[in-house]
Design a protein around this ligand. Structure first.
Ligand SMILES: Cc1ncc(COP(=O)(O)O)c(C=O)c1O
Length: 356
């Protein structure tokens, strides 16, 4: 029983459920939480090793200014258009507290990243989900009709991996009075992004993360890009020292080493293509993905059985026990060896079923 001094909203809600994290050293092929299969850039590790102890004795720079300067150069925006966060989940929390008043409304296409409704609830706000249109097309009319304070749009979307063109998002932003947050956690694996929209459209905030494209999920670092007047307001809402000194140094080194990061993205895109076509040949239906994972419908529609069968073989993928999703599994793109093991595991499932 929850103690009665806990806010009723918190008592009555379900928390966000993260994907399983096996203990270090466990022999598992982990394709369930969309981490990058490669280690971080050697330059990141070197920057961490060379840190002065004095940097840990003192509080970190509250605005992570050295990171903002490095990121601004790479992204071709000004440093005052960037706000650093403790993972992009921190950016999403800051955005929800900045743009959605208690009693207000958050809208998003459904299904999407399941943290969004949790954040709205914590803000004592309503959330309205609008079903994606056929083939995961943007339900623009439905979203506009919600008259929400903000629309959160994961692009590429999770768990589908599908992508909405920046032109469609620009039109939505022009037609909408509130804020549009484009959650670009997976965008480095896509062909396009919404960065250039931010200059023309004051009601777009982009959030990005180092957890996927830069192999730093354990570090916890993300950032927002928006017009300076918007970043200024979001800065008031964040914790004073939301990013630690190690993370600031490591993230700056990571974004500066574009050559290394891009090599990992290229590998992931190539393997995504290979996995998608091999699974298709095995009778699976694979959604076109712009992310570092694929969402695949099991041939017999038994997604949960496929997830459990792979788990028994030491291969972790993600299954969502929800209407419209339960026939599918979401598979993170791993190294070539991991992907081969996954394909072998799926073949073994089919063989077991035939024998049964
Ligand atoms: C769509 C989406 N946005 C944001 C995040 C959070 O990423 P971070 O590790 O930066 O908090 C995730 C994590 O899986 C995600 O899938």
């Amino acid at each position: 029983m929850a103690p009665n001094f806990v806010r009723s909203t918190v008592r009555d809600m379900d928390g966000y459920v993260p994907g399983e994290q096996p203990a270090p050293g466990e022999r598992i092929i982990k394709l369930n939480t969309n981490e990058n299969p490669f280690p971080p850039s050697p330059k990141v590790m070197q920057a961490i090793r060379e840190m002065e102890p004095e940097l840990l004795r003192r509080y970190p720079n509250p605005l992570a200014e050295s990171f903002c300067a490095a990121a601004a150069k790479v992204l071709d925006v000004s440093p005052d258009m960037i706000l650093a966060g403790n993972g992009s989940d921190d950016i999403l929390t800051i955005a929800t507290r900045t743009f959605i008043p208690p009693g207000g409304k958050l809208a998003f296409p459904d299904p999407t990243y399941s943290l969004y409704p949790v954040l709205a609830r914590l803000q004592e706000a309503d959330c309205v989900s609008v079903k994606w249109e056929k083939d995961w097309a943007l339900p623009a009319e439905g979203l506009l009709q919600t008259k929400a304070n903000a629309i959160y749009l994961a692009n590429p979307n999770a768990p589908s991996g599908t992508f909405v063109s920046p032109t469609k998002i620009a039109q939505l932003a022009k037609d909408f009075d509130g804020l549009i947050l484009v959650d670009e956690a997976y965008v480095d694996f896509a062909d396009d992004n919404c960065l250039s929209l931010v200059r023309q459209l004051p009601n777009i905030v982009i959030s990005r993360t180092f957890s996927k494209a830069y192999s730093l999920a354990g570090l916890r670092f993300g950032f927002a890009v928006a017009q300076p007047a918007v970043i200024e307001q979001m800065t008031k809402v964040k914790d004073s020292y939301n990013c630690d000194a190690i993370a600031i140094i490591a993230a700056a080194a990571a974004i500066e080493d574009q050559e290394y990061a891009r090599r990992t993205w290229e590998h992931v895109r190539g393997e995504r293509q290979r996995l998608s076509s091999e699974l298709t040949q095995m009778g699976w239906t694979v959604l076109p993905s712009s992310a570092n994972f694929i969402f695949a419908v099991a041939p017999d529609g038994r997604g949960r059985e496929a997830y459990l069968g792979l788990k028994r073989q030491g291969i972790l993928v993600r299954h969502f026990d929800k209407p419209g999703l339960s026939d599918k599994i979401r598979i993170t793109i791993g190294t070539s060896q991991e992907n081969n093991a996954l394909l072998g595991g799926i073949k073994a499932l089919t063989a077991t079923e035939k024998a049964a």
